[in-house]
Design a protein around this ligand. Structure first.
Ligand code: ZN
Length: 258
């Protein structure tokens, strides 16, 4: 099932997306989608609504160096435990929104990633086998990074934390099989990253379990699972897309921040 957050003619709602192409519709959900889903009966043509970031998380927890080839391209070893860091909730934007390049960075890069969305009841101190039950679904994410600031600051908060540096979407797929799903990043139609979730060092359930030993993951929180090799520059005017097989494609324009 595809769950989206939509702006519709009379407000904003979660919705179930049904169908493809011209006949596609968005059926409104009452309240949030994490418990038993209840429909309001309201329905719009997909072309009459705008897709928003599919969830507004309390926090975005990211995992660095979770693909051996990407760790190598940045000159790092693969860690023996997941390397985690946070992106602020204010960095989240939705499909079609603009990634804004800050004037203080000369090297902003894309990182295509599979994003895990946590469901009810959240996750606190869960082991790997029960972590899977905490996962509501999956979406696409771009862990936009000011690489020069990441090197300069040593830690990641500024480099990863600018407003608009966490595009997610276009929707949450609750039935995705992410054991071996292709992850692709294109910039202006040119393939920059092509990887597979099968090459993750730590899989989504292992990551959720590990993070939940540190901090409580609340329903709606998002975990970015690391990027495959091929990270590269984003510049004003670029159109960047992250596609994950079985989920969808997240596309954003890049603009200079003025
Ligand atoms: Zn990343």
């Amino acid at each position: 099932m595809r769950i989206a957050r939509i702006a519709h003619p009379t407000g904003m709602s979660f919705a179930v997306l049904e169908g493809e192409g011209p006949g596609a519709t968005a059926a409104e959900i009452e309240g949030h989608p994490f418990a038993q889903i209840k429909m309001t009966g309201q329905r719009w043509a997909l072309e009459d609504v705008r897709l928003l970031a599919p969830i507004l998380p309390s926090k975005v927890v990211c995992v660095g160096r979770n693909f051996a080839e990407h760790a190598a391209e940045l000159g790092h070893e693969v860690p023996t435990e997941p390397l985690i860091f946070l992106k602020p909730s204010t960095s989240v934007i939705g499909p079609g929104e603009a990634v804004r390049i800050p004037a203080v960075s000369e090297q902003v890069e894309h990182e295509a990633e599979l994003a895990v969305v946590i469901g009810l009841p959240g996750a606190r101190g869960v082991d790997r086998s029960s972590a899977a039950a905490s996962i509501f679904g999956y979406t696409c994410a771009n862990d936009v990074t000011a690489r020069d600031l990441q090197r300069k600051d040593v830690q990641f908060t500024r480099a990863k934390g600018f407003d608009s540096f966490c595009p997610i979407g276009p929707w949450i797929e609750t039935d995705a099989d992410v054991a071996a799903a292709e992850i692709r990043c294109e910039v202006n139609g040119e393939v920059r990253q092509l990887g597979s979730t099968a090459d993750m060092v730590f899989d989504p359930a292992a990551l959720v379990s590990y993070i939940s030993q540190v901090m409580t993951l609340l329903p709606g929180d998002v975990v970015l699972t690391g990027t495959p090799a091929g990270v590269g520059p984003l510049e004003g005017g670029d159109r960047v897309s992250v596609s994950i097989a079985g989920i969808g494609t997240l596309t954003n324009q890049v603009v200079p921040n003025d």
